[in-house]
Design a protein around this ligand. Sequence first.
Ligand SMILES: Nc1ncnc2c1ncn2[C@@H]1O[C@H](COP(=O)(O)OP(=O)(O)O)[C@@H](O)[C@H]1O
Ligand SMILES: Cc1ncc(COP(=O)(O)OP(=O)(O)O)c(N)n1
Length: 267
Amino acid sequence: MTGIPKVLSIAGTDPSGGAGIQADLKTFSALGAYGMTVVTALVAQTTTGVRAIHEVPAEFVTQQLDTLLTDVPADAVKIGMLSDARVTRAVASALRIYRPPYVVLDPVMVAKSGDRLLAAEAVTSLREELLPLADLITPNLPEAADLLGEPEAKTLDEMRDQARRLLGLGVRRVLLKGGHLDGEECVDLLLTGEEEIELTAPRVPTRNTHGTGCTLSSAIAALRPRHEGWPDTVRAAKDYLTGALRAADTLAVGHGRGPVHHFHAIW
Ligand SMILES: Nc1ncnc2c1ncn2[C@@H]1O[C@H](COP(=O)(O)OP(=O)(O)O)[C@@H](O)[C@H]1O
Ligand SMILES: Cc1ncc(COP(=O)(O)OP(=O)(O)O)c(N)n1
């Protein structure tokens, strides 16, 4: 495509600015995309965890999507927190109508603080209705385990097996994130159906990892319209995230796990 990509985040909020829609917008801007948002849930959360969730009614999610997409078509869409099954179905229905060129689905279920962001009974709708509409899904290890109904992978070999089984659910491409494993490197696996690619980055020694998953999936959505293919896009997005993690300790936000920093080169 030519011009500046218009990229939509469909997700929940984070008042502390580290995760959710706020992280997505920062990522879009840092990567030169024009950011747009549809809010699925208002979340009272910060670096120490989630206090409360105020769900947006599914009908109003549909209204936001219709209002936006009939005026401004999205060049790419990132989907994050969906909260419940009705919102999941509303988003699936809009994707069928508006057919954006690239759909990146981060199947957000539980925050690092341990708080649920998707109702347990909504996992089936996510799996059956939304997964087949995504061009790429980006689960972390607990999310992959939940989607498959299996225990969490503990090794790279187990990750590879689970990534293959996720493709078997009818997903086009899987990026299985390995940040939850131990080790000096953070290894993610990209399976496209044709290729299996290991993406490796040095583990950044920081406890400020709030919003890593949101940042990676929104970087992929921001970069995909201007990159050649998925492997190149995902590599560039992971490089961006690693840079943002390296800069995280220059911030001092909150008393818990602080956010990554979407720094700009010029101040
Ligand atoms: N300390 C770290 N240093 C470098 N990369 C990391 C670090 N922690 C996580 N990552 C990377 O961040 C991305 C998201 O991480 P992960 O923790 O697996 O998912 P989530 O944030 O959704 O729980 C992955 O690409 C992972 O490899
Ligand atoms: C509104 C909202 N969406 C997603 C998350 C999860 O974010 P993630 O990038 O996986 O990082 P943690 O918050 O788990 O550190 C969230 N917290 N809030």
